[in-house]
Design a protein around this ligand. Structure first.
Ligand code: DQA
Length: 152
């Protein structure tokens, strides 16, 4: 019997506001909707998923530190921390769990400050601009390819 990979999906600051937060940018669906859709997508791919959301940098770092020996991969939407949190970047570099960076919006087509990701160099890749599908594409990537390093 196949042992299922366990993927941790972390949503960072303000993503608990999905559904009411700038719906023109982020859509009308909520974080619960996202998590329900990802449960379904993961089960179709024979992956196990669990979810964390935090508005705090330190808590996101703790989730990353706790991931070795529990999770085979992390899908991380670090929200605005993506663009300036060297502490989250260092947390990713400190564990041997592969991380995929995701964004609902296309961060390269928005404000200049969103074009830089300080975490991208320590992830295995970035998926940006496909709404909920960004996370689903990341699940597919973990299904087919986990045997790479963490970009470090
Ligand atoms: C985001 C993009 C970030 O620039 C922004 O700060 C967010 C959401 C996205 O999913 O598109 O909070 O990560």
């Amino acid at each position: 019997m196949e042992i299922k990979k366990h993927i941790l999906i972390i949503n960072g600051p303000n993503l608990n506001r999905l559904g009411s937060r700038e719906p023109g940018v982020y859509g009308a669906k909520t974080l619960d909707d996202l998590q329900n859709e990802l449960e379904t997508a993961a089960s179709a791919l024979s992956l196990d998923v669990s979810f964390k959301q935090s508005n705090s940098e330190g808590e996101i770092i703790d989730f990353i530190h706790e991931s070795p020996n529990r999770h085979e991969g992390i899908i991380l939407n670090a929200g605005a921390y993506t663009h300036y949190s060297y502490a989250i970047r260092d947390a990713i570099a400190s564990v041997d769990v592969p991380v995929i960076e995701v964004h609902l919006s296309n961060v390269h087509a928005r404000d200049d400050f969103r074009k830089e990701s300080v975490i991208a160099p320590v992830t295995i890749g970035q998926i940006s601009g496909f709404g909920f599908d960004s996370y689903k594409l990341a699940l597919h990537a973990f299904r087919t390819n986990t045997d790479r390093g963490n970009g470090k």
